[in-house]
Design a protein around this ligand. Structure first.
Ligand code: RP5
Length: 157
């Protein structure tokens, strides 16, 4: 695996459409990442291997997206002390309510930072904010992005 800062894991190819917003934001900020499809339930061993390989490749933040009984972020958290961001995906009859609770309600001692249902862009921005703690260039880009957002809102008057 080439050097990366972020590993994006998603439970299924069906999560890809939502998670393209994560990739787009990381691309915008020039953050190197890799995306893999790994499932907590369907491919548990391969998921653990992906965490190990990513850490060896320099990964600093994990973003894990899954729908329904969404345990991917939690099991990744169990194997790393790097920050883990969970993205509950709206899939199945409960449209993400199940994934939200499965992702956010971690037991004490194993925190997963959970964004909103389908909050793919915010997951990327939170990862970038974590990386920006040690990267002034990323901090400057985040400040410019906030300014652009404010200007866009005010321009809507
Ligand atoms: C989860 O179940 C996946 O993350 C996906 O959101 C959902 C449905 O998966 P598929 O049946 O489309 O593979 O594991």
């Amino acid at each position: 695996m080439n050097t990366i800062k972020v590993l994006i894991l998603m439970g299924s190819k069906s999560d890809r459409e939502v998670m393209q917003k994560t990739e787009a934001a990381l691309d915008d900020f020039g953050v190197p990442y890799k995306t893999m499809i790994r499932s907590a339930h369907r491919t548990p061993e391969a998921t653990m291997q992906a965490v190990r390989d990513a850490e060896a490749a320099g990964c600093q933040v994990f973003i894990c997206a899954a729908g329904m009984a969404a345990h991917l972020a939690g099991v990744v958290c169990s194997k790393t002390v790097k920050p883990v961001i969970g993205v509950p995906i709206a899939a199945g009859p409960m449209q993400g309510e199940d994934a939200l609770h499965s992702t956010v309600m971690m037991p004490p001692g194993l925190p997963v930072a959970t964004v909103g249902i389908n909050g793919a862009k915010n997951a990327a921005l939170l990862a970038i904010q974590i990386l920006a703690l040690n990267d002034n260039g990323l901090s400057d880009k985040l400040l410019a992005d906030r300014k652009a957002q404010a200007e866009a809102i005010l321009a809507e008057d």
